[in-house]
Design a protein around this ligand. Structure first.
Ligand SMILES: [Fe+2]
Ligand SMILES: [Fe+2]
Length: 335
């Protein structure tokens, strides 16, 4: 691995001390050479930041060993970064995604830490604000999402998708926060399942599948005594594998007995898994996944919601212009 990695200047804030060494890569054609531009702790004045981003934006690097410091700096300044009108939606989305991945990775390493749980809530609050305020977040966030299936990328992808779909369904901000947190945490119970089962390349045996099916209840056990996790987020954790026709697990409940948020989670969870590269399967194209969900998985999903999800993922201008006779999915108020 290279000793340096490129970073986007979007995360750099003027007037604050930069908490990692900033380097400039030598111009194209020259041998790989890195020059220290700004030392850790030095303040980045507006003039210096402008000079940096104006002339050298594509040559900005940090030492690979400083990645954690760099992401912590973004996490600490997330609110400021997201409210900066000079940063593009794409830059902001990159920061949102990177911070989420770090927060979830730390939580999975230490799920008992109250601080890690608080970081989840803080990320969700900032991201909900970003998604509600900015109409371009749809393409921005989906553009930066990783398509390699691992628990943390899957958790972040499904959370982001849940927030965007929730906005599309006109949920209020507090409801979006429940969805965002619930999706980030939905598979946390996999921490209690033997790793050789969770990471097995290939299909699971009957016994292994039985073990895997314990993860919703295991997740609830990890989270239910935490006051920072809302009961609606817990519905997602415990019910996200329930099928609309009652054939799911752990309880086999069906129809509207499954909470609306969990019915949304069922769709998004399947969609993200199938569009990602897994150890036993290549990623499928979004259109093929939606066709398979619609035609080959009868009874798994709330059909009205699935139809709305397909509509939501369709070309943007089509989503804006509904045709006569189209009905917007309407749902009872969330309880
Ligand atoms: Fe799951
Ligand atoms: Fe999942």
């Amino acid at each position: 691995m290279s000793e340096y990695i490129s970073i986007s200047g979007g995360a750099l804030l003027e007037g604050t001390g930069v908490e990692f060494d900033l380097f400039l890569r030598a111009a194209a054609g020259e041998a790989s050479n890195y020059v220290l531009y700004c030392r850790e702790g030095e303040e980045l004045s507006p003039e210096r930041r402008e000079d940096l981003l104006g002339k050298h934006a594509d040559r900005l690097c940090i030492a690979t060993g400083d990645i954690d410091k760099y992401i912590e700096y973004q996490e600490k300044n997330l609110k400021t970064i997201l409210s900066d009108d000079n940063k593009s939606t794409r830059e902001k989305s990159g920061v949102v995604y990177q911070v989420a991945t770090k927060v979830v990775t730390d939580l999975l390493e230490n799920p008992k830490s109250g601080r890690n749980m608080e970081r989840i809530s803080e990320w969700v609050t900032q991201t909900v604000g970003h998604i509600v305020d900015d109409d371009d977040t749809f393409s921005g966030l989906l553009g930066v999402s990783s398509k390699d299936y691992q628990i943390y990328t899957h958790s972040v992808n499904t959370s982001v998708l849940g927030l965007l779909f929730g906005k599309h369904l006109s949920f209020k901000e507090d409801e979006l926060a429940r969805i965002g947190s619930g999706m980030l945490l939905h598979d946390i119970g996999k921490l209690s399942i033997p790793l050789n089962v969770v990471n097995k390349p290939g299909h699971l045996t009957g016994e292994e599948f039985k073990a895997m099916k314990k993860h919703p209840k295991a997740g609830l056990e990890i989270l239910e005594h935490r006051s920072s996790v809302n009961v609606l987020s817990l519905k997602i954790v415990i019910q996200h594998h329930e099928n609309y026709d009652g054939s799911g697990y752990p309880y086999g409940i069906k129809g509207e007995d499954i909470h609306l948020f969990a019915r949304i989670a069922r769709i998004i969870d399947a969609y993200d898994a199938m569009t990602s590269k897994r150890s036993y399967a290549e990623p499928m194209r979004p259109f093929a996944v939606l066709a398979e969900m619609k035609n080959k998985m009868p009874g798994c999903f709330d059909e009205k919601l699935l139809r709305e999800f397909i509509y939501f993922l369709g070309p943007k201008d089509q989503r804006k212009k509904r045709r006569n006779g189209d009905t917007v999915y309407s749902f009872p108020s969330v309880k």
